[in-house]
Design a binder for this molecule. Structure first.
Ligand code: GLU
Length: 503
C-alpha cells in the first residue's frame, strides 16, 4: 500500500444526504487534505430496490455547496473508475467465486420461505436463528449438498446466494483508530450473504472489493458500520489483501442527548436534518435544508466538525483551512455527539460577522421587494451597521426597515411613556437644531445635538428617547446619530416633526 492517503465517502443513493452523512464526508475530507491525500466519492447503489432518483445529484450538490468537493468520483478524475457500483457490476462475481474456490464462501439455495420458517421455529423456542457454523450443514447449500447436486442446481439456474463461511472458535482482534483494540468471537457471527444470483453483490462484498481496487488507505465511516468490521476483516484476510485502517465516527444524538438523530427528526423537532432542501421525487414532500434556511456553508461545516471531535483548545471558530490543520482522527470521541440546533445558530451569527457586506446586500435586496430600487451601496452600509445583531439574512428587514422607510407607527407603550408635553417641545426645537447642522456627518450631528442638550440643561435620555422613537418607531436599533446620518437631514427632520404632530 502506498503512503499516499486515499479515503472515500461511500453514500448509498437511497435518499437525501443526512447531516450525519455530511459530517462523515467532512471528516474524510479533512483527513485527506491534512495528509495531502485524495478524497473520493463512491456511489454504493447495489441495492436497486432502495435506489432513489436524484439522490446522487443531491449528494454531489450538497458536498459542493459545503465546499468539500471530491477529488475523484463520478464524472471527475476517473482514474479508478467507474465510481458507481452499478457500473462495476461485472467486477464482483469473480471475487465471490474466488472465495468459493479458496473455501471461504459457499453457494446457498435456501428459499426465503424456508429461512423464514427456520426463523419462526427458533423464535417459538425462544432462540435466534443464525445461519452459521452451527447449523449450515443442515441447510440447503454447497457444504451440505454433494458437488454434483450443487452443480446440478447451478446448471438448472436455481436462485442462489453466495455466503461467507465464517469460521468457528476463532477470536478476531480488530483495531479502530477511534475505539482502539476490540476482540470478537467468530462463533457469534453469521454467514453473511456476499453475492446474489441476480448478479449483484451485497454491500459487504462490493465495499471491500472496491476499497481494495481503489487503494483506499483509511476507512472513515459512521459507527453504525462497526458491527460489520469483523466480517470486513475476515474478507480482507480471505482475499489475502492488506487492510486499510478503520475509524468509526460516533453517532449523532438528538438534542435531548437520548437516541440517534434520524432523518425523520428534523421536521418534527423544528430544525433541518439535511444540508439542502429535498423534494421527495415520489411524494413531492419537501424537507427543509440548512442552505435554504439561511445558514452559511462555512458555519455549518464549523459546527459539524465539532460533532465528535474537538481541537483540545478553547478555540471554536475555525476556517476550513484551520480545520484541516488541526484535525486528527485520534481526537475523535467514542461517545455519541449531541446535536444542538442552538449552537449552529450561534455559529451562523459568528460567521455573519465575517461575511462581505456587498454580497450580503445583494442577497438582502433579492429577498426584499421594498429594496428593489434602493442603491446597493446604501444597502451594504446598512448591512454593515446591523449585522452584529443578525443571525440570518432574513433577520435584516426587521432590524433595518427604518433605514429605508419612516416608521408607520410607534411602539404604544414607549409612546405613552415618553411623549410628554416637554418632549414635544424639545423635539420641535431639536428639529430646528438639526436642520441647521451644516455638513451632515455623524460627528457634526453629534456635536451639534450634544451642545444643544448641554445648553438646555436637560438629561441626555430626555432627548435621545423621543428621538429614537421618531427615527425607529421603537426603543431599539443602532446608534441614533448613525441612523440620522444614513437617512439624511431632510428625512430626519421630517420624522421628528411627524412624531411631534402625532397625538
Ligand atoms: N454505503 C454505505 C453507507 O451508505 C457505506 C458504508 C461504508 O463507508 O463502508 O453508509
Amino acid at each position: 500500500m502506498t503512503d499516499h492517503v486515499r479515503v472515500r465517502f461511500a453514500p448509498s443513493p437511497t435518499g437525501p444526504l443526512h447531516i450525519g452523512g455530511v459530517r462523515t464526508a467532512l471528516f474524510n475530507y479533512l483527513f485527506a487534505k491534512k495528509h495531502k491525500g485524495t478524497f473520493i466519492v463512491r456511489i454504493e447503489d447495489t441495492d436497486q430496490n432502495r435506489y432513489v432518483e436524484c439522490a446522487e445529484n443531491y449528494i454531489i450538490n450538497a458536498l459542493n455547496w459545503c465546499n468539500i468537493p471530491f477529488d475523484e468520483g463520478p464524472g471527475k478524475n476517473e482514474k479508478f473508475g467507474p465510481y458507481r457500483q452499478s457500473e462495476r457490476k461485472h467486477l464482483y462475481q469473480k471475487y465471490a467465486e474466488q472465495l468459493i474456490a479458496s473455501g471461504n464462501a459457499y453457494y446457498a439455495f435456501d428459499t426465503a420461505e424456508s429461512l423464514d420458517h427456520h426463523r419462526k421455529d427458533h423464535e417459538a423456542k425462544g432462540k435466534t436463528f443464525i445461519y452459521n457454523w452451527h447449523n449450515r450443514k443442515l441447510l440447503l447449500n454447497s457444504l451440505s449438498l454433494s458437488k454434483e447436486e450443487t452443480q446440478h442446481k447451478l446448471d438448472a439456474g436455481e436462485a442462489y446466494v453466495i455466503r461467507f463461511k465464517s469460521p468457528k472458535d476463532e477470536t478476531l482482534n480488530l483495531t479502530d483508530m477511534v475505539r482502539g483494540q476490540m476482540t470478537i468471537e467468530t462463533n457469534i457471527l453469521d454467514d453473511k450473504v456476499l453475492f446474489k444470483s441476480d448478479g449483484m453483490p451485497t454491500y459487504h462484498l462490493a465495499n471491500i472489493v472496491d476499497d481494495h481496487l481503489m487503494e483506499i488507505t483509511h476507512v472513515i465511516r459512521g459507527e453504525e458500520w462497526l458491527p460489520s468490521l469483523a466480517l470486513h476483516y475476515q474478507l480482507y484476510d480471505a482475499f489475502g489483501w492488506e487492510k486499510p485502517q478503520f475509524a468509526h465516527l460516533p453517532l449523532l444524538l438528538k438534542p435531548t442527548g437520548k437516541g440517534k438523530l434520524s432523518k425523520r427528526d428534523g421536521d418534527k423537532l423544528g430544525f433541518p436534518v439535511f444540508p439542502m432542501e429535498w423534494k421527495d421525487p415520489q411524494t413531492g414532500d419537501i424537507s427543509r435544508g440548512y442552505k435554504e434556511d439561511g445558514y452559511f456553508a462555512d458555519a455549518l461545516i464549523n459546527f459539524l466538525a465539532f460533532l465528535g471531535w474537538n481541537p483540545g483548545t478553547e478555540q471554536e471558530l475555525f476556517s476550513l483551512e484551520e480545520l484541516i490543520e488541526a484535525f486528527e482522527l485520534e481526537r475523535v470521541h467514542k461517545s455519541g455527539a449531541r446535536f444542538d440546533p442552538d449552537k449552529i445558530k450561534w455559529f451562523n451569527h459568528q460567521y455573519m460577522q465575517y461575511q462581505n457586506d456587498d454580497e450580503l446586500a445583494e442577497v438582502f435586496k433579492a429577498n426584499q421587494p421594498q429594496l428593489k430600487d434602493i442603491d446597493v451601496n446604501y444597502v451594504a452600509m446598512v448591512v454593515g451597521i446591523i449585522k452584529e445583531r443578525a443571525t440570518f439574512v432574513t433577520d435584516f428587514w426587521d432590524l433595518s426597515s427604518f433605514f429605508f422607510i419612516a416608521p408607520q407607527s410607534y411602539d404604544e407603550k414607549s409612546f405613552s411613556k415618553i411623549m410628554t408635553n416637554d418632549a414635544r417641545e424639545l423635539m420641535s426645537e431639536l428639529a430646528q437644531v438639526i436642520s441647521h447642522t451644516s455638513d451632515f456627518t455623524v460627528a457634526n450631528i453629534q456635536s451639534d445635538v450634544k451642545a444643544w442638550i448641554g445648553k438646555k440643561e436637560v438629561g441626555f435620555g430626555k432627548v435621545m428617547q423621543p428621538l429614537r422613537l421618531a427615527l425607529v418607531g421603537a426603543m431599539q436599533g443602532p446608534d441614533v446619530f448613525e441612523i440620522m446620518f444614513m437617512i439624511g437631514k431632510a428625512e430626519t427632520v421630517q420624522r421628528i416633526n411627524k412624531l411631534v404632530q402625532t397625538i
